[in-house]
Design a binder for this molecule. Sequence first.
Ligand code: NDP
Length: 310
Amino acid sequence: MNEKVRCLIIGSGPAGYTAAIYASRANLSPVLYEGMQPGGQLTTTNDVENFPGYPAGITGTELMEDLKKQAERFGADIRFGLATSTDLSSKPYKVTIDGEKTIEAETIIISTGATAKYLGLPDEQKYAGSGVSACATCDGFFYRKLTVAVVGGGDTACEEAIYLAGLASKVYLIVRKDFLRASKIMQNRVLENPKIEVLFEHETLGLTGVGVVQGADLVKHRGQANETNIHIDIDGFFLAIGHKPNSDIFKPWIDTDEVGYIKTIPGTPKTNVSGIFAAGDVADPHYRQAITAAGTGCQAAIEAERYLSL
Ligand code: NDP
């Protein structure tokens, strides 16, 4: 038999857990499914130094465990399980968990996050947390006065290169094409920054270093007559080749942009379907921070409470 819940939260990053804290304190008896990676993207970083309230910093895993405990303290029902399909065509909304069980929910908070794209090199795994990062805002501080490389040619890569140039002594921007895809203003800022060297038509073959990243092997003009291998000495390797929002199972009903980010009514977590809210990175192509995700998780729970009391 299908299980009926008032408030279903899908995803266990800062947005989902914060929504669970607020929803449980509002007596919505929320049920939260953690998804594939309990704790979300933060559990893949080391220290989190920019989440307010932790003056000495905290590990991503500890922060997420604390948020989970806080939600459980108020009665949130947090479960292992992955939402695998949905039917949002009519109320109550139906969500299938692990391809088996169906939950019928009066409201849903979608906080399934986004997944940073990686190049797919084995070295990205090898040096994960030891010089490889997909978030300059999170990890850039550890590279003060050091040399780093950023991969990508879009707005995110340019933004991250500029951010890192404010901390590091040198930033390589590794771009596979002979142009930047970023907006003109971002291109200009990158090209005019004396600390940033753009390596056009370069691709990464692998990373080197004993225990931590100390260098990268690149190829210039891959597949052309003038193909050349080069090596750069670096201390950090940042991926900025895009994110994939985890919104596929909602797409038939929930409006997304062309990349897949869920569209919300500006300034609110409301989607195009009444009673369904989106919070955190799945609806945020711009900020993608733990604290902004937590903020929108709070908004979503408050909106769910208002919706249920109508
Ligand atoms: P984009 O998709 O715009 O850019 C991705 C970049 O990564 C491209 O240069 C792409 O190269 C490169 N890339 C992709 N795969 C690989 C690969 N395997 N190897 C090497 N390079 C690769 O993603 P962004 O995250 O930069 O931006 C997403 C959206 O968010 C955009 O619409 C952007 O404008 C927006 N944005 C806006 C900001 C703002 O307004 N302040 C800030 C950040 C993002 P190629 O060009 O060759 O395809």
